[in-house]
Design a protein around this ligand. Structure first.
Ligand code: COA
Length: 448
């Protein structure tokens, strides 16, 4: 058994009694109440999921296993000469809660390397797509097509104990994650490089190998590592994480679950926002004839977008209430490596003008930038100008967190997810009863 699997096994054994005790002794303790606004409004803020892999504090941002992102970057082992840590080391941290040693990371890097080879039919499936297909659709299908490789599905058919579900799910997860950079770079070569593909380099770690297959020199290896690490997880309730968890709760395997989560990530209010940012910025660059706008011109552009009924892409968040630390980390990278870049100058000017405007408009609960406001311009700077591909890059990272969560879901025996729905009439009756009980008092609800 590998060091990672052995440590994970030990952590699972330690953790199981905690979940069992909660379910046995405290099953009817109330955790949260549900309001009409939450039932109609996308269950916003409702505490109804559990994960120990990451936690999103509205003011502090994401923590992975208790570590803030700058700590994760600082503490995880790095390849020689690199600014950013091994992505494989992050997987060790997410799964076990422990910062791996150099030798532990080396072992995980080797595990990933051994599992990189793609079955031939995956290339054929990708090749068969029309060349105008959206990259996220091809990415999702390529993952789905590998479902026949699932160990979990085979073991389940053969009959295994519930307590062992996590083991084959772990194997599936490593197999899939190791292959995603190759899948993505092959899609890129097909769509935008006339099929000219660069073969994987067996001596490189996941981030560096991806940069190599994309044909982009240093420091894009560090960009890839940073990109995969910061996008890995954002607790359980966001659409991609929740979709992965929900689909996996039916005991669908990793391939089915990750393909489904990729489809959720492809929506413009979620992962697609990073490409929306680029589209929006390019529109302005064209209007400005390649010049940096003045503060006044930028404010006007932002107001024009809002007045035409659109959102400002890359700003706002369902949970965060401050600048996203993932934005800050990328901004620091830009300041070091590309501070004279035209789009970075636009992005920095936006950071100055958008929050006061969103506050003045008074609708967005969070006027600050999120991860998507900054990530696309970095890929653009290093030559990936096909911005519809950016969500695929997000998807590789997000798969890391989703699979870690699903392995733990299986280990702790989380059941099929099945919330209850009500009809509008039932809600009206509940509302009327509450109103009568309070003497006709109306809640503090916003005018619609
Ligand atoms: C991320 C996002 C989907 C969160 O949605 P949410 O939780 O419903 O956000 P809020 O509760 O703050 O929304 C309240 C209102 O502010 C508006 N709002 C939120 N963010 C906004 C933005 N960036 N620009 C303009 N208006 C915004 C909403 O559209 C909503 O308007 P409505 O009452 O007319 O429907 C939203 O902020 C958004 O659309 N941002 C732009 C897209 C983006 O960056 N997505 C990536 C997220 S990581």
């Amino acid at each position: 058994m590998s060091v990672l699997k052995e440590r994970l096994n030990q952590k699972i054994e330690e953790h199981r009694p905690r979940t069992r005790k909660l379910m046995q002794d405290y099953c009817d303790v109330v955790v949260d109440k549900v309001t009409v606004a939450q039932v109609i409004g996308g269950m916003r803020g409702l505490k109804s999921l559990v994960t120990d892999i990451s936690y999103l504090d509205p003011l502090e941002g994401i923590r992975y296993r208790g570590y803030a992102l700058p700590e994760v970057i600082q503490k995880l082992p790095k390849p020689p000469g690199a600014e950013m840590p091994y992505v494989e080391g992050l997987y060790f941290l997410l799964l076990t809660g422990d910062i791996p040693t150099e030798s532990e990371v080396t072992e995980v890097v080797d595990e990933f390397r051994k599992r990189r080879i793609l079955p031939r039919y995956v290339y054929e499936v990708i090749d068969a797509f029309p060349s105008f297909s959206p990259p996220m659709a091809i990415f999702s299908a390529a993952i789905l097509t590998m479902q026949r490789e699932s160990f979990f599905a085979k073991k389940y058919q053969g009959g295994i104990s519930k307590s062992d579900y996590w083991d084959s799910t772990f194997e599936d997860s490593l197999n899939l994650l190791a292959k995603l950079p190759e899948v993505a770079s092959y899609i890129y070569a097909k769509l935008y490089r006339d099929g000219k593909r660069i073969q994987s380099n067996p001596n490189l770690d996941m981030g560096a190998n991806f940069a190599h297959m994309m044909g982009i020199p240093k420091p894009y290896d560090d960009v890839s590592r940073l990109n995969f690490i910061i996008h890995a997880d954002h607790e359980s309730g966001n659409v991609s994480a929740h979709t992965g968890h929900l689909v996996a709760s039916t005991l669908s395997d990793i391939y089915l679950s990750v393909s489904a989560m990729i489809n959720g990530l492809a929506g413009p209010l979620h992962g697609l926002a990073n490409q929306e940012v680029l589209r929006w910025l390019q529109d302005l660059v064209e209007k400005m004839d390649g010049q940096v706008p003045t503060e006044g011109e930028m404010k006007q552009f932002v107001w024009d977008t809002l007045n035409s009924g659109q959102v400002i892409p890359g700003y706002g968040h369902a949970v965060l209430r401050k600048t996203d630390p993932r934005y800050t980390l990328q901004r620091e990278f830009c300041q070091t490596h590309m501070k004279d870049d035209l789009l970075f100058q636009y992005t920095d000017l936006l950071y100055k003008v958008v929050p006061p405007i969103l506050k003045e408009q008074g609708k967005a609960k969070n006027p600050w930038p999120n991860v998507d406001a900054q990530s696309g311009i970095i890929h653009w700077h290093y030559g990936i100008t096909e911005y519809e591909f950016y969500t695929v890059l997000f998807g590789i990272g997000r798969s890391i967190g989703i699979t870690a969560n699903i392995i733990w879901d299986r280990a702790l025996g989380y059941p099929l997810e099945r919330p209850k729905s009500v009809t509008t009439e039932m809600l009206e009756k509940i509302a009327l009863k509450a109103s009568e009980a309070s003497g006709g008092k109306k809640g503090k609800c916003k005018e619609l």
